[in-house]
Design a protein around this ligand. Structure first.
Ligand SMILES: NC(=O)c1ccc[n+]([C@@H]2O[C@H](COP(=O)([O-])OP(=O)(O)OC[C@H]3O[C@@H](n4cnc5c(N)ncnc54)[C@H](O)[C@@H]3O)[C@@H](O)[C@H]2O)c1
Length: 508
């Protein structure tokens, strides 16, 4: 893991936002200006007055060099700290740089409350700040990762920053990091090995036959075990094979297993890890879109019985999730589209902007995969943080799944998981309209978004309705009297509703 540098004009709240990010990620926070003041024994205005700006910039360079040996931290930089090419190169090679930006009025307002601390702006603040921004416009614009902080709280800005950076820390069931993006690209297996060895020793990587073909060679040096691909192998038999492989590879209670694959692999490896020697560590490296935005996050692990999906399982989160969208380059188109169903679902649950992004079609999606993964994962992370054990709102994630799981099962897995969920979302939205919970326009928007991505929205012709209803009853989300559905109210809002008449849900 590497540093996070927050950069941008004075007054953008680099320290306040930085402290919040640091707290969220359980990382140390460093304010580079304070480091310089402490080592000089003077305030920055005093340094500027006594020694001039070039001397201060030298001190900045030295302080930045020293940061190389610090443990990963969130570091707030002075507003001109990266003007020197040498400093910028140092920061770039030691972490991610996020530029914070705000409107002039916001900056002026904030800076007026801190008068005396900004020597370059002393005196007539507004014209000086305008001139400073103009002078540095090109420089600030050259940072690709940027966030506008106006009219948002430090908490909101910190979360938005974390989405852009692809860095999260979950404190749900256990403490673990989620890292998204190629900044941690897995082209070199040592990245993963070092992450894993920081947790423990004796790693084994488990993957399926398709993923192995494309990506296993990147993990040379780690022992591996390959399982057959596909939902039909998400069985006790495969779990048994995993336990045996753990034993044969000498894994003990301190070992870590790495799951490299889609939701089938992460669900099963997580479960096998939860039960092997009463629980060993595991790391999730999702390789499907669905795995990244949904299956790998939240600690639900398990396998299927012939009677239904995921009927046996455990809440057992991984110790680390690394989602590298680079893996998706080898994913078959149908699987990528299937994964989009869960991204649409996350948009409907609580992120209308994400939903809008999902309506732009597959070409846009393919060109913006990493950004989409970051955004969609953030929705699930937030839900899991609030309700890890599905005592309440986490059930919203079941949107489309009650009908979806049943249709998937009855299709004998001819339908991909996401395809079945897409059908489920439309059927459930129509039911929500029928009971007056939502409007026709919401139903149409959901259907149009899914169709534009190439996802199915109707129960396949000839699929027996009674079998779907039977499968819904076996679904693990039933309770004694009724089945609880997550139903859409509007884009960005769902409600949990107890339903007794299942025929009414799926009738046309
Ligand atoms: N635990 C949870 O919270 C949760 C949430 C949603 C779904 N799930 C589960 O996830 C499963 C579906 O996950 P999935 O859609 O990822 O299915 P999957 O794991 O079967 O992967 C889909 C297919 O893509 C192949 N594949 C995976 N990554 C690849 C890559 N990078 N390149 C080429 N081929 C690749 C796989 O071999 C497989 O054939 C279901 O079993 C579902 O129940 C779990």
């Amino acid at each position: 893991m590497t540093h996070i540098f927050l950069y941008g004009p004075p007054g953008t709240g680099k320290s306040t936002v930085g402290k919040t990010i640091a707290r969220n990620l359980t990382l140390p926070f460093i304010d580079l200006d304070r480091v310089i003041e402490n080592s000089a024994g003077k305030s920055i205005p005093q340094i500027m007055e006594a020694q001039g700006e070039p001397a201060f910039r030298d001190m900045e360079s030295a302080a930045l060099k020293n940061m190389q040996s610090e443990q990963p931290s969130v570091i707030a930089l002075g507003g001109g700290a990266l003007l020197r090419e040498e400093n910028r190169a140092l920061a770039e090679s030691n972490g991610q740089i996020l530029l914070l930006m705000a409107k002039l009025n916001t900056l002026v307002e904030r800076l007026l409350s801190e008068e005396g601390k900004r020597p370059l702006l002393a005196g007539d603040l507004q014209p000086k700040l305008t001139a400073l921004l103009e002078k540095r416009r090109e420089h600030y614009n050259s940072f690709p990762l940027n966030l506008h902080v106006d009219e948002k709280t430090a908490e909101q800005n910190a979360f938005a920053a974390q989405i852009l950076l692809g860095r999260h820390h979950l404190s749900a069931m256990a403490e673990y990091d989620v890292i998204v993006g190629q900044a941690f690209s897995l082209t070199n297996s040592r990245d993963v090995a070092s992450q894993a060895s920081s947790l423990t020793y004796g790693n084994l990587i488990v993957t399926d036959e398709n993923v192995a073909k494309h990506h296993l060679e990147k993990f040379a040096g780690i022992k591996s075990f390959v399982i057959p691909a596909g939902e039909e192998h998400k069985t006790l038999e495969t779990i048994h094979a995993l336990w045996k492989a753990f034993l044969e590879n000498g894994l003990d209670r301190k070992s870590t297993v790495i799951a490299l694959g889609g939701g089938v692999v992460t669900d099963m490896v997580g479960f096998a890890a939860s039960s092997y020697m009463r629980g060993i560590n595991w790391i999730a490296l999702p390789t499907t879109l669905l795995g990244m935005v949904d299956a790998s996050i939240g600690g639900k692990t398990g396998f299927d019985l012939p009677e239904g999906k995921n009927l046996i399982g455990a809440f057992y989160p991984p110790r680390l999730i690394v989602a590298d969208a680079g893996f998706l380059s080898t994913l078959p188109e149908r699987e990528l589209i299937s994964g989009m169903a869960e991204a649409v679902k996350h948009g409907i649950i609580s992120d209308p902007e994400l939903f809008d992004l999902c309506t732009r079609g597959m070409d846009w999606v393919k060109a913006n995969l990493e950004a989409l993964v970051k955004r969609a994962m953030a929705v699930k992370i937030k839900v899991i943080e609030e309700d890890p054990y599905e005592k309440g709102f986490r059930a919203a994630l079941n949107l489309g799944h009650t009908v979806g799981h049943a249709v998937e099962l009855v299709s004998k897995f001819e339908l991909r998981h996401g395809e079945a969920v897409a059908i489920g979302m439309v059927i459930e939205a129509k039911y929500a309209q029928k009971i007056g919970l939502t409007t026709q326009s919401v139903v149409e928007k959901i259907e149009a978004a899914l169709t534009s991505l190439g996802l199915p929205t109707h129960i396949p012709e000839g699929m027996p309705r009674d079998e779907i209803i039977k499968a819904m009853r076996v679904d693990k989300k039933k309770n004694a009297k009724a089945i609880r559905f997550a139903l859409p109210v509007e884009i960005g809002k769902v409600e949990l509703v107890e339903v007794t008449d299942l025929e009414e849900v799926i009738e046309d």
